[in-house]
Write a protein that binds this ligand. Structure first.
Ligand SMILES: Cc1cc2nc3c(=O)[nH]c(=O)nc-3n(C[C@H](O)[C@H](O)[C@H](O)COP(=O)(O)OP(=O)(O)OC[C@H]3O[C@@H](n4cnc5c(N)ncnc54)[C@H](O)[C@@H]3O)c2cc1C
Ligand SMILES: NC(=O)c1ccc[n+]([C@@H]2O[C@H](COP(=O)([O-])OP(=O)(O)OC[C@H]3O[C@@H](n4cnc5c(N)ncnc54)[C@H](O)[C@@H]3O)[C@@H](O)[C@H]2O)c1
Length: 473
């Protein structure tokens, strides 16, 4: 067995692992990254990038159709084959040469294979041919192994050749009929994408759509999906699934009704990739999420073990995982130099925003863009809040943006501190508006000062002024 020593070993070369390694090397440490599949991880090949590519063409088409004059220039439907080809290029045709070159140029060593913690500061890498290499870390091991789709125990489901988000993101053909189990972000985005590409989509949304967002978000997305022909069944649950000899999938619902489809997509959440990474040897439960402290160190393990990204369950989003990676990578560098890490709230090495200022965009039609807490979450956190709502379609910029623009905005204000703690927008093309809210929340900008941040006329951003006017001075 080969033995090799680095300052830090990172398990998992998704966006988070790559960013951790980058910060370490920039800080003067040596780093090795262990990857069992493709360098770039879920986000690059089966999640963010390919799914957003599947959605973008439909979104551009709808935008043109919502403006008189442009509408007349649109003569047909989406070219599904062209959309899939464009998606392929955004998934780099499922090849990681580009990312491997980047690792080389950044000076990060790549070890391909399954990484497993085999002792304190040691990781054993098993390559596909069974060759084993033992890596030793002088300072730390970082787990950035991400997550996989969760599959529920439904009779016959696993045997029916189900789709998870991976197959939905990488499909080579558009199914004629698609049944989706779930009502979260993946289910809602994929229903939007495949309905736009021509599939007849049925959603079995046990708990409704986007139920952790502000209630009006799920309501508007449900209504829009239904208007576009998607059969959204709230409260519906699959009892059993079979696939017959012709390839048709039959789903029996708990009420007895049967639905036939060509594919069935399961999108009910994620499970951490910690089943086979050696947690048992550390006294932790294999397959569990890794709980971390404010410095992203794994609780219950030695001070040499860190976890970032999906695997710590703080926020299952690429941008938050990369934010953690920057904090954690820099903290390891500081500690290696004998410096104190700044892990207090909003400190350089703390991922404080994970709890207070997470932005997310759901790329449905309409889009849902949010930052910070919902009104319900703020109340549950014990804050004394005031909730301010406004019709996004009543802003001059929105009226110009699309004929008959429909949308809604909500601002949640912490009345004791007079700062915004939550912001949600629903409407066409609201994605790019959310960063202003993220800055206001993370910067804890006082409401009184926000009056001096004047939105340009006539932009959709004038919603900020309308919300402030509704709040009062
Ligand atoms: C369909 C879908 C769409 C999404 N869209 C968005 C979006 O638009 N925006 C957004 O911010 N987020 C989105 N997400 C979430 C985003 O994909 C994740 O938050 C992000 O990929 C997490 O990055 P990560 O590096 O923690 O994990 P991953 O991207 O999962 O990478 C982990 C890597 O570790 C490797 N690995 C695992 N175990 C081992 C091991 N033992 N040894 C070696 N290697 C290992 C894996 O092969 C993988 O390459 C989406 C998720 C899904 C499912
Ligand atoms: N645009 C984006 O930012 C984006 C896009 C896709 C995914 N993601 C991330 O990926 C993660 C996973 O997405 P997801 O949609 O799989 O999970 P999710 O947590 O967003 O939604 C899961 C849904 O499945 C439902 N559900 C749970 N168990 C069920 C069961 N047994 N039967 C039926 N329904 C059940 C829940 O009620 C919920 O509606 C999310 O946390 C999200 O942050 C982000």
């Amino acid at each position: 067995m080969d033995t090799t020593t680095y300052d830090v070993i990172v398990i998992g070369a998704g966006p988070v692992g790559e960013n951790v390694a980058d910060r370490l090397v920039r800080g003067g440490l040596t780093a090795a990254i262990v990857e069992r599949e493709l360098v770039g991880g879920e986000c690059s090949y089966w999640a963010c990038m390919p799914t957003k590519a599947l959605l973008r063409s439909g979104s551009a088409l709808r935008a043109a159709r919502q403006v008189a004059g442009a509408r007349e220039a649109v003569s047909g439907d989406l070219d599904a084959a062209a959309v899939l080809r464009r998606r392929d290029s955004f998934a780099s045709n499922w090849k990681d040469d580009g990312q491997v070159s980047w690792l080389e140029s950044a000076g990060i060593a790549l070890h391909r294979g399954q990484g497993r913690i085999s002792g304190e500061r040691t990781v054993e890498v098993t390559a596909t041919d069974g060759t084993k290499t033992s890596l030793t870390a002088r300072h730390a091991v970082v787990v950035a192994t991400g997550s996989s789709a969760l599959v529920p125990e439904i009779e016959g489901l696993r045997e029916s050749g189900l789709w998870t988000s991976r197959e939905a993101a990488a499909a080579k053909e558009v199914p004629g009929r698609l049944v989706i189990i779930g009502g979260g972000v993946v289910a809602s985005e994929m229903a939007t994408a495949y309905a736009g590409l021509g599939s007849a989509v049925t959603m079995l949304a046990r708990d409704g759509l986007l139920h952790t967002a502000e209630p009006f978000a799920g309501e508007r997305v449900t209504q829009a999906l239904r208007e576009s022909g998607v059969d959204v069944r709230i409260g519906a649950e699959a009892a059993s699934v079979t696939r017959d000899a012709t390839g048709t999938v039959h789903v029996r619902l708990t009420g007895g009704e049967r639905i036939a489809a060509d594919e069935i997509l399961v999108a009910i959440g994620r499970t951490p990739n910690t089943q086979d990474i050696g947690l048992d040897a550390l006294g932790l439960k294999p397959g569990s999420w890794l709980t971390v402290d404010e410095a992203l160190r794994v609780e219950g393990a030695g001070d040499w073990l860190y976890a970032a990204g999906d695997v710590n369950r703080r926020a299952l989003l690429t941008h938050q995982g990369k934010y953690q990676a920057r904090a954690l990578g820099d903290a390891i560098v500081a500690r290696a130099k004998g410096e104190e890490a700044e892990t207090g709230p909003w400190g350089r090495h703390a991922a404080t925003a994970d709890e207070r200022a997470v932005p997310q965009v759901v790329f449905t039609d309409p889009e849902v863009a949010s930052a910070g807490l919902t009104a319900a979450a703020a109340e549950a956190a014990g804050l004394r809040t005031r909730v301010v709502d406004y019709d996004l379609g009543a802003v001059s910029g929105s009226v110009l943006h699309a004929d008959g623009y429909q949308g809604h905005a909500r601002m949640v204000v912490d009345e004791d501190r007079r700062v915004i703690v939550g912001f949600t927008l629903v409407g066409p093309d609201v994605a790019e508006l959310i960063h202003a809210a993220t800055i206001a929340i993370a910067g804890e900008v006082p409401i009184d000062r926000l009056w001096h941040a004047v939105p340009a006329f006539p932009t959709v951003s004038e919603i900020w002024l309308r919300l402030l006017e509704t709040y009062g001075r």
